[in-house]
Design a binder for this molecule. Structure first.
Ligand SMILES: [Zn+2]
Length: 730
């Protein structure tokens, strides 16, 4: 966090009148008269005095709120509130026009804000959502959070225009939050906290301000909101779907909801009927309708809901479906159809969940002794904790087999198949593989993406020179390109990304894959399998007579395939394949091992790319860590200049958004061997991988480890993640 420097003059002009306004509003919460006002004013002055003893504003913001201190110092009296929450309840109850529109700060960290500007006054006023028109640096609206009850109402007067100038917004709305939550946010906020205005003061000159009236509501940006499962379970998904709203905070009796349109009194009455919590006081904030809907969709497919769902599942095996057309997953009707649930509902919800959380695979296991079902999802390369459901394991496994037209009577033999689903108007292919061992039957489903959702090469993280080299390779009449890297390093995605660019119909594209991960409508894709139509060697030999423009041999893993490769380049053909090696420089030797002569490799190899995936930091929970000392760097093989861009490094601490992992999503890093004349000669002369690597270095090609450390220096990944790459032999 930045140190508080002595306030500059442009901070003074606004801090002084704002502080006075805040002092006045602190007492407004009480319905006071005459002498009581004087007593209260005295207490406020004492409180401000107490705050001013803090060394920095950040220290003042960590002090207890005025109201918490009131409760602590109250004389013992039967009627006195016992907790600050009780005091807040009584303040909001006795002041009808003070809407307790509140936000649960624990679940709504303003992670999307690049920086947090807080006015230099002793009581924190924290911005959480800005609404902009594209290209306009002055925000139409800012929503702030404070622990002062009724501040929202006060801000609707021109006296508070200083806040509009500070936040550079035409309108300022305020939500209430528990003082403790505000303190926790400020203590752990990772965005830089600043006490200067967001834009230069002159920016606001001549800008028309728009004060809220009694009908207007604050607006919030739902994108930065993390679901609070308990709250949602208590409130009920059905209610959220029916009224298209998201509950934001429920400090009984106050319930705040995010809505697209204000709720009618009838709707509020209807909602309150089922809440088992009498006297609920409703408030609402506005949010974008499509974000609310997206949000409800995600909740509907949440793993916690699968479990709740299964509680009322009726056990009988469903009919064999028609597998020709993809069946639609309709979450809305699944959720509503409470009375007639089947094991298939659990499957459909799990499939929707897998799509929603970008899982690559999902696993269903039925334990033999008690038929307990376990469901796990593979996200970013890791399996999640299992969701366990009693008694329905066998029924669910049977249902999955009927979907893929597998033999339901067989569980002892492995089986493979596939089925399709349409979900939110996209089609998905699920490949299923079932296995059995003595204590459980397992079905692993792999989710196949649509080619339209494969990113471009640039979006995958390939440098411009590499994209150019790849496009030149594709445009050339013939040659070989090899991707290397361990399993799960994104090689197939890179290949699909290349193929996606090729114009349909003009080229004969033939692929041999095991399995086919993404369906390319304009290519001929052959599935390679033992006992199937093609093995890798027979597929490769078949290419000689099929005249492809581009051929993909998913993997070269035996000498038979290597030998079959030699004949292909008699026809004009570009071949793309993969190998398992630890660097691009090892490709010629690896090919030689598979019986591709070195002089042959030298003449056909145009491009080798080695790649790995690294896990990106979760943007919501980073923690600064210092750059390690020079001894540590040299012990781990990190050159200090790789970190020259960095002042500090980051690591994820874990939060609800990343399920405690500290990272979300992955990005690829690439090392390229672009074969020019000199490298071709080095290959012909059978030079060692080390010598080839030094030629690559001479061309400025950084190792993957160096690239990863440089990513850490730019705070995209943690240093641990970079070191993980090194320990894996990069
Ligand atoms: Zn996180």
């Amino acid at each position: 966090m930045p140190q508080e420097n002595p306030p500059r003059s442009d901070q003074f002009w606004m801090a002084e009148p704002l502080s006075i306004l805040i002092q006045a509003v602190l007492t407004k919460a009480f319905n006071l008269e005459g002498a009581e006002i004087e007593v209260a004013t005295g207490q406020v002055l004492q409180y401000i005095e107490f705050l001013s003893q803090s060394n920095t504003l950040e220290e003042a913001w960590q002090q207890r709120s005025f109201y918490e201190l009131l409760v602590e110092n109250a004389e013992v009296d039967e009627n006195a509130p016992k907790s600050s929450h009780e005091l807040f309840v009584s303040i909001f109850r006795s002041n009808r026009q003070m809407a307790p529109t509140a936000i649960d700060f624990e679940t709504y960290f303003p992670a999307a804000l690049e920086q947090v500007n807080i006015p230099p006054v002793p009581v924190p006023i924290v911005p959480i959502s800005y609404r902009f028109k594209p290209g306009d640096p002055v925000a139409n609206e800012v929503t702030v959070v404070s622990w002062i009850p009724g501040l929202e109402l006060q801000m609707r007067t021109p006296y508070w225009a200083a806040l509009n100038e500070f936040f550079a917004a035409r309108r300022v709305s305020c939500l209430w939050a528990e003082p403790e939550a505000v303190r926790r946010f400020l203590a752990t906020a990772r965005q830089p906290l600043r006490t200067v205005p967001r834009l230069p003061r002159e920016t606001m000159k001549g800008i028309l301000l728009d004060y809220a009236d009694k009908h207007s509501r604050p607006w919030i940006d739902l994108r930065t909101f993390v679901p609070n499962r308990e709250l949602i379970q208590e409130f009920g998904l059905g209610r959220m779907q029916h009224f298209t709203l998201v509950p934001l905070s429920w400090h009984k009796p106050f319930l705040t909801m995010a809505v697209a349109k204000p709720l009618s009194p009838q709707s509020k009455a209807f909602i309150s009927q089922g809440l088992h919590s009498p006297g609920t006081i409703f408030t609402d904030v506005l949010a974008d309708e499509n974000l609310i809907k997206e949000w409800i969709g995600r909740v509907a497919s949440d793993a916690a809901n699968i479990k709740k769902f299964a509680a009322s599942v009726r056990i009988d095996t469903a009919q064999l479906p028609d597998a020709k057309k993809p069946k639609r997953i309709d979450l809305q009707s699944l959720q509503k159809n409470v009375s007639n649930r089947q094991p298939e509902d659990v499957v459909e919800i799990a499939l929707a969940r897998a799509i929603d959380c970008n899982a690559s695979d999902l696993m269903f296991q039925s334990l033999a002794h008690n038929r307990t079902l376990r469901i796990k999802f593979k996200v970013d390369g890791d399996w999640t904790e299992p969701v366990e459901l009693v008694d329905i394991g066998q029924n669910v496994l049977s249902f999955l087999k009927t979907q893929a037209r597998l033999d339901t009577s067989k569980s002892d033999k492995p089986q493979d198949g596939q089925f399709r689903r349409e979900y939110e108007s996209r089609e998905y292919l699920f490949r299923i593989n079932t296995t059995f061992n003595f204590n459980m039957e397992t079905a692993i489903l792999r989710l196949q993406a649509d080619i339209n959702f494969i990113p471009t090469m640039e979006a995958l993280g390939m440098a411009p020179y590499l994209c150019t080299a790849i496009r030149e390779f594709i445009a050339s009449p013939q040659g070989l390109m090899i991707f290397t890297g361990p399993a799960g390093s994104g090689k197939s995605t890179s290949i699909y990304s290349m193929l996606k660019e090729q114009p349909a119909r003009r080229m004969n594209i033939i692929t041999g894959e095991c399995p086919i991960e993404v369906v390319i409508p304009w290519a001929t894709q052959d599935e390679i399998s033992e006992g199937g139509r093609y093995t890798f060697p027979s597929f490769t030999r078949s290419l000689h007579r099929r005249a492809p423009c581009i051929a993909v041999i998913q993997e070269i893993r035996d000498a038979e395939t290597g030998e079959a490769l030699i004949g292909i380049f008699n026809i004009a053909c570009r071949v793309i394949s993969t190998l398992h090696t630890n660097s691009a420089a090892h490709i010629p030797h690896r090919l030689e091992y598979f019986k591709v002569p070195i002089h042959y490799t030298a003449s056909v190899l145009k491009l080798g790319v080695h790649q790995r995936l690294v896990r990106k930091l979760c943007p919501a929970c980073p923690e600064e860590v210092p750059i390690p000392n020079i001894e540590y760097l040299s012990a781990t093989g990190i050159k200090p200049e790789w970190l020259e861009e960095a002042t500090t490094l980051l690591r994820g601490t874990g939060c609800p958004k990343c399920q405690g992992k500290g990272y979300i999503g992955r990005t690829a890093i690439f090392e390229a061997l672009v074969v020019d004349q000199e490298i071709e000669q080095a290959i012909t002369l059978n030079q060692s991988p080390r010598e080839i690597r030094s030629l690559m270095s001479a061309r400025g090609e950084k190792t993957l480890f160096e690239q990863a450390v440089r990513l850490a220096a730019r705070q995209a990944i943690s240093l641990e993640e970079a070191l993980r790459l090194r320990s894996a032999g990069e």
